[in-house]
Design a protein around this ligand. Structure first.
Ligand SMILES: C[S@@+](CC[C@H](N)C(=O)[O-])C[C@H]1O[C@@H](n2cnc3c(N)ncnc32)[C@H](O)[C@@H]1O
Length: 275
């Protein structure tokens, strides 16, 4: 009995915030693709993503891209569409299972592997490009992750981060939009089918590096410290957001309009000495 007690308390002690994050996304995988803003529901949005990737990464032409935190494979498939040879990596097995099932149905030759964004175990200087969507806000050690992404990129390789600063409205207009979203939410009837465990979500947010919001400027500073150059913040995501908005309910559209949503592009220098 004593042994059982001490083992279970060790398990509890060893349960890290990363375990919490992995379990949270494992559960959310069940309904993730039901939500506009995650899965894609119209061609306008799909075309908007293709244009964003071409703008910052160029045409795929069989080049190697790593989709870090690939989830159910939405971004991996978009990169495959424009000709990249894609590897997706995620640390939540249920997400990977859904991604593998999806690409098997579509017949897309994408490799999905289990791994941590902060320690991918991929070889040095392997990828022409590295992309992630909606990962950075939930990283525990973004400095470690950015150094890892720098390591696996080839010299001259491109990085593209797509993320959002969501917890705190930063302007009066944003605060008003957030208040309207909450008001509309009270009257909006009917479930969307997409389930979020709000208590676990909020507990995780309070423990991650960007607990006060993943502000673009702070991400840029960390990327620069990791050695990336030619860093550009791109907020022209209009086509993507317009496409998503067509399938979103009013509360979600208002909530999103209150957030700063952006892409950040950067480059690993050809020669580290030029960094
Ligand atoms: C909001 S989902 C985004 C999924 C996908 N990028 C997309 O946009 O459709 C966040 C994903 O990040 C993954 N994730 C979070 N932290 C991670 C880490 N340290 N290493 C690998 N995957 C991670 C989760 O398992 C989850 O699949």
């Amino acid at each position: 009995m004593e042994l059982v007690l001490s083992m279970s308390s060790n398990v509890a002690l060893n349960h890290t915030v990363k375990d919490d994050i992995r379990e949270y996304w494992g559960k959310r995988s069940e309904t993730f693709d039901l939500s506009p803003g995650h899965e894609i529901f119209n061609e306008e949005e799909r075309t908007g993503w293709h244009a964003l990737f071409r703008r910052h990464l160029g045409a795929g032409q069989g080049r190697q891209v790593l989709d870090v935190a690939s989830g159910t494979g939405v971004i991996s498939l978009l990169l495959h569409d424009i000709g990249f040879s894609v590897t997706g990596i995620d640390f939540a097995e249920p997400m990977l299972a859904r991604a593998r099932d999806k690409i098997a149905r579509k017949g897309a030759p994408i490799r999905f592997v289990l791994g941590d964004a902060e320690q991918t175990l991929e070889p040095d200087a392997t990828y022409d490009a590295l992309v992630n969507r909606h990962l950075v806000w939930t990283l525990v050690n973004p400095d470690v992750a950015f150094a890892e992404w720098f390591r696996v990129l080839k010299p001259g390789g491109r990085l593209l981060i797509v993320d959002a600063d969501t917890p705190v409205p930063r302007t009066l207009k944003a605060a008003w939009l957030r208040a309207m979203a909450r008001l509309v939410g009270r009257f909006q009837k009917g479930a969307t089918g997409h389930v979020i465990d709000r208590a676990t979500h909020d507990r995780i947010v309070s423990q991650v590096y960007f607990s006060q919001g993943a502000e673009a400027d702070r991400i840029v500073a960390l990327l620069s410290a990791a050695g990336f150059t030619d860093i550009v913040v791109d907020r022209d995501l209009t086509a993507i957001h317009r496409g998503q908005g067509r399938n979103m309910r009013l509360r979600q559209r208002l909530e999103r309009a209150s957030q700063d949503r952006f892409a950040i592009a950067a480059r690993k220098p050809e020669s580290p000495s030029l960094a």
